[in-house]
Design a protein around this ligand. Sequence first.
Ligand code: PGA
Length: 259
Amino acid sequence: MRQAVVAGNWKMHGTRQLVAEFVQKFIDRQQLGAEPSQVQTVILPPVGFLAELSDGLRGTHLATGAQDLHTHSKGAFTGETAGSMIRDLGGSWVLTGHSERRQYQKETDRQIANKFVAALDADLCPILCVGENLEDREAGRAEQVVTAQLNTALQTIGIKRLAAGCVAYEPVWAIGTGQTATPDQAQQMHHSIRAALGVLDESVAQAMSILYGGSVNEKNVEAFFKRRDIDGVLIGGASLNVEQFVMIVDVVAAAVASR
Ligand code: PGA
């Protein structure tokens, strides 16, 4: 069975107080035996909070990580963070190519692919984010756009190395808008991502965890997990409230158990 993943992307939100709340909650759950081992839960805070969160969660089943990394392993790149530093801070996961970075930092598919490779070199598990904008969806070219993002990245990454990470489908129009893709729309896109991977390597395609992201919360998450090609979720807004986030993890654990 493919690895079920619940990843919380705090974006540029959070405080040390929030870190403390998460640590307390998940330590308590671990001690009570309430933390489901069949779900890989990941929290991606702003990098400034990463060490504190990682240290606090040590000994739990949770993983932590960052929202971005630089392509180089070190150097004169003011303000940037290398993959090895994310590791040093206790992180083991990292996002690459989130749509907000594509939009505001003008990251290209090639750059994103280089970041994915840099993450692997630093022994991190990268999540490759892809997704179409509203205009693409309305023009009926969503699958074409997403497949093109994937294929361009694959030219640099290669299918074998992609297998060491995950893919996240996040339609831009669904991020932070409260408007999710329907489970059917998401399933259709996940299926076509898996099919595109399958053209290159069927066993990688079958083993790859593909996450959905975009306005996922504790109420709608179950419906996504009923679809066969949806293996995980990437949560923004709803990952900032520990009670809400825990509910999502528990709904996912129950859905995975009944698969
Ligand atoms: P959202 O964000 O859950 O707030 O829509 C998802 C994301 O950007 O990863």
